[in-house]
Design a protein around this ligand. Structure first.
Ligand SMILES: Cc1cc2nc3c(=O)[nH]c(=O)nc-3n(C[C@H](O)[C@H](O)[C@H](O)COP(=O)(O)OP(=O)(O)OC[C@H]3O[C@@H](n4cnc5c(N)ncnc54)[C@H](O)[C@@H]3O)c2cc1C
Ligand SMILES: NC(=O)c1ccc[n+]([C@@H]2O[C@H](COP(=O)([O-])OP(=O)(O)OC[C@H]3O[C@@H](n4cnc5c(N)ncnc54)[C@H](O)[C@@H]3O)[C@@H](O)[C@H]2O)c1
Length: 444
């Protein structure tokens, strides 16, 4: 029986494992994960902290028992500390001290990512929190309940930071949100969009501290203040959300790496060593918007890459079609979605790029309820006319609309093709002069 070993059983690992166990009954699957739980949806963390859901139970969608019922051997709380890529053996140690030497025919590495820790004084003080695991969220919530935490400083106004700033504000904390860039969500949207989010955050009482670099965290055992290059902020808790780095410790000396340390994989999720696959946050993706290898840490990419690796490892060739980094956020009622790259990013990357913008209501003016403003931007390459990105925001749920742009980028569609794309009309939903069409028609 062919032996497949999977290291890491969160979103990427779980997708790969389920694909193997559901489709290839003739494989012997052995799973190692250092954590005591699997499949925790980090996206639920802000909802849980902000009391928008009453329990974290629904944030897990798989378990050791489910894998075992399907025939896998599962070792949780067991850390893989070494892989002998020549002899094809994985070495692991359990929390109970038990050691394992597990040979493999195919290896799938799904070791994910780690939160980036800023290189500053004070990160070891109590109440300085990283927010990645279920345990991290639980600890934050316990501290919020138990101690006198009034001032929360969130460092990093990316997706985690903005979502958590809302969550802490919802439960009555005084929140300061710091980012070293001049706006929030700068990795995903242009300023015309992020300004709307900043206004949203400020109008709910969140203090924004952009273009400030944290230089140290001060306190006496517990954190008391955050010092930046421009200010000082009182802090009973500090949450660090300044991005993820790939966790590629196990293969860093043997496997080829991307510039940020992620395992470099091909369209089959294969690493530079045959029979070794890497998936999810520890690996690269092919980014269709820039037509190049990239690093984009998202659960959606993790799941798809897991499925691709599983089929390839089991002998069914399957190529990834690449990704666009499609993403979304909802803060109070403001929904923002984007795919591909922003205009600012496109220009930084050297594209002769332009944006086609439009603003309208979702439905005709005679529809007087649930009829919200929508703002849309399509970014395209002026030379090739190919769509590079799209951004939308509204209080209306426009989220599904971004998928059309995701597909357009995947298929390298030009903005001119989008001008006359067939978009249905019904006043309950939209307008005959649809804002997709109208935005595309603005293209020079
Ligand atoms: C607060 C928060 C909110 C998020 N919201 C979203 C969202 O809304 N949408 C979205 O698409 N993405 C979101 N993400 C990102 C998403 O969670 C990650 O992209 C996703 O978890 C990646 O999955 P993964 O399985 O590749 O890696 P990870 O989730 O990092 O899992 C890696 C696994 O490998 C195990 N492991 C690592 N090293 C070893 C070892 N040596 N031995 C044994 N086991 C090991 C770990 O214990 C872990 O279980 C969010 C993340 C956070 C933190
Ligand atoms: N809604 C979603 O899809 C969602 C939600 C949460 C997380 N995620 C994903 O999880 C990953 C991690 O999220 P994240 O929020 O940590 O990363 P991020 O890349 O979204 O944001 C990091 C932020 O930290 C800022 N930053 C970097 N270094 C800093 C420093 N030294 N001081 C101050 N600010 C600094 C950046 O400017 C950026 O705004 C991302 O890939 C993200 O897309 C997605």
């Amino acid at each position: 029986m062919e032996r497949i070993v999977v290291i890491g059983a969160n979103h990427a690992g779980t997708a790969a494992i389920n694909t193997i166990l559901d489709n290839y009954k003739d494989k012997e699957v052995t799973i190692f994960d250092s954590n005591n739980n699997i499949s925790f949806l980090g996206c639920g963390m802000a909802l849980w902290i902000g009391n928008q859901i009453t329990s974290p139970d629904g944030l897990f969608y798989c378990s050791k028992e489910i894998f075992e019922q399907k025939g896998a051997k599962v070792y949780l709380e067991t850390i893989v500390y070494h892989v002998d890529f020549e002899k094809k053996v994985v070495f692991a140690t359990g929390k109970d001290g038990q050691s394992y030497q597990q040979p493999y025919d195919k290896l799938i590495i799904a070791s994910g990512s780690l939160p980036i820790s800023p290189n500053i004084e004070g990160t070891d003080l109590a109440n300085v929190q990283f927010v990645k695991l279920y345990q991290n969220a639980k600890e934050v919530i316990e501290k919020l309940h138990e101690s006198m935490i009034r001032n929360v400083v969130v460092v990093g106004a990316g997706y985690i930071g903005v979502e958590l700033a809302e969550a802490f504000n919802r439960i009555g904390k005084k929140v300061t949100l710091i980012d070293n860039m001049s706006t929030c969500l700068s990795g995903y949207y242009d300023r015309e969009f992020t300004d709307i989010m900043s206004k949203n955050l400020e109008s709910h009482g969140i203090k924004l501290a952009y273009e400030e670099t944290v230089t140290s965290l001060k306190g006496n055992g517990k954190v008391e203040k955050v010092v930046t290059d421009k200010n000082e902020y009182a802090a009973d808790m500090v949450v660090l959300g300044i991005g993820f780095k790939p966790n590629s410790q196990l293969g860093k000396d043997n496997l080829k790496l991307f510039k940020n340390g992620a395992y470099l994989v091909d369209r089959h999720q294969q690493t530079s060593i045959p029979d070794v696959y890497a998936i999810g946050d520890c690996a690269t993706v092919f980014d269709n918007s820039i037509q190049a290898t990239n690093y984009i840490a998202l659960a959606t990419n993790a799941v798809r890459s897991g499925i691709v690796a599983a089929h390839n490892a089991c002998g069914t060739p399957l190529e990834s079609i690449g990704v666009q980094g499609s993403n979304g956020i909802c803060i109070w009622n403001l929904k923002m979605v984007s795919t591909g790259i922003s205009l600012e990013k496109a220009k930084k990357l050297g594209y002769d790029a332009a944006a086609a913008d439009y603003e309208d209501t979702q439905k005709p003016a005679f529809i007087q309820h649930d009829n919200y403003k929508v703002k849309i931007r399509i970014v395209y390459d002026k030379k090739t006319r190919i769509v590079l990105g799209a951004q939308m925001c509204s209080e209306y749920d426009i989220s599904m609309a971004i998928h059309m742009f995701s597909l357009a980028i995947q298929e390298q569609v030009t903005i001119d093709r989008l001008k006359l794309t067939d978009i249905f009309f019904l006043p309950h939903f939209n307008k005959p002069y649809n804002y997709f069409t109208m935005a595309a028609l603005q293209a020079e």
